[in-house]
Design a protein around this ligand. Structure first.
Ligand code: SIN
Length: 342
């Protein structure tokens, strides 16, 4: 009998869970056996995150002379969005790089501040936040949940897609959009007059195909590699928010590593982070060009007046957000990002 994607996922997850119990081999192996780091993520291998994960694997394995084996599981092969966070806490995977939006459930609302509309004017503004005290403070909050945050990885600015042009705010009215599990993104869609539907990335293609949702927001790289542009005739370049990741590990696993191995892995991750930074912008530009060239999707860039109208509509989110995360984190992020006003 042929396996379906969900039975494959269940089988892989079962094997991973069994392995974590020690029945198939513990994290830190017996004499001679390598330490296994299962690194799960939900996007295609051929994306900035997928390639950075692969780069980390290569560096880690080479530099430890085979004492560490990194198994990268891309494209939700092992777990979907929410499941992978639970799996990390249970220790059935050791490393993830979820979007910052998806970390809200673990770190209080603070990570959702990264989703605030128009928070970042460019990539440098995001890095200023991520590499400064605000970024470090948010990663620290994860420790209470048994998770250690090691790095922030870049991706890109978001666009919107639908089967109708999205130019005026009124174009959103009455339409449903797939979103990540973030109160800020949910509120942003409502501020535009649309209905947000929280779904894992891996379910988005089917949801668009089956008409469960009318549109989505995302980055060109994910839209192209998940092939969702094939189902959406219009894409609007709005750059209303930035998608980025945190590389996180199971804290017990990480703290339990021999310190020489941990140092090597930290060095490998540092290099993979620089690599991710270097490829993310180009990756999204190329994927947007591929979407355009596919002839399936019309790519439109908002005029300054249209963009200003989106911005005005989304401003409402800044009134709601303090209730979820506190005004302090919003002000601190805005100051670090060089934004005097939303
Ligand atoms: C990701 O890039 O990891 C997923 C983003 C999404 O769920 O839209």
């Amino acid at each position: 009998m042929e396996e379906t994607p969900s039975s494959q996922r269940a089988r892989r997850a079962f094997t991973a869970a069994l392995s974590a119990t020690g029945l198939l081999g513990p994290w830190v192996g017996r004499a001679q056996s390598p330490v296994v780091v299962r690194f799960s993520h939900v996007v295609a291998a051929d994306t900035a995150k997928g390639r950075a994960a692969q780069r980390f694997k290569e560096l880690a394995e080479t530099r430890t002379g085979g004492r560490v084996r990194v198994e990268v599981h891309a494209n939700s092969q092992l777990y979907k969005d929410r499941e992978e966070l639970e799996a990390l806490q249970l220790g059935t995977v050791q490393m993830l790089a979820p979007s910052l939006s998806k970390l809200a459930v673990l770190g209080g609302g603070g990570f959702e501040a990264f989703d605030l509309p128009f928070m970042f004017k460019d990539r440098a503004a995001f890095r200023a936040v991520a590499d400064g005290p605000v970024g470090a403070g948010l990663l620290k909050r994860l420790e209470a949940k048994g998770i250690k945050g090691l790095a922030y990885w870049d991706n890109g600015f978001k666009v919107m897609t639908a089967n109708r042009p999205l130019r005026d705010v009124a174009d959103f009215h009455g339409r449903s959009f797939r979103v990540q599990s973030s109160r800020v993104i949910t509120a942003q869609m409502r501020a535009l007059g649309a209905e947000p539907v929280v779904l894992p990335l891996s379910d988005t293609y089917a949801a668009l195909r089956d008409g469960l949702v009318d549109g989505q927001e995302g980055i060109p790289s994910n839209i192209y590699t998940q092939r969702t542009h094939e189902l959406q005739r219009h894409l609007t370049v709005s750059h209303h928010a930035y998608l980025a990741y945190a590389v996180i590990v199971n804290k017990g696993f990480w703290d339990g590593l021999p310190s020489d191995l941990r140092t090597i892995l930290e060095g490998a991750l540092k290099e993979a982070t620089v690599y991710a930074q270097g490829v993310a912008a180009q990756d999204n530009e190329q994927m947007l060009e591929k979407i355009r060239a596919s002839g399936k999707t019309v790519v439109y860039t908002l005029s300054p007046a249209e963009l200003a109208a989106w911005r005005r509509a989304m401003h409402r989110v800044y009134e709601q957000a303090p209730a979820w995360m506190g005004q302090e984190i919003i002000d601190a992020m805005r100051a670090a990002a060089g934004r005097s006003a939303p």
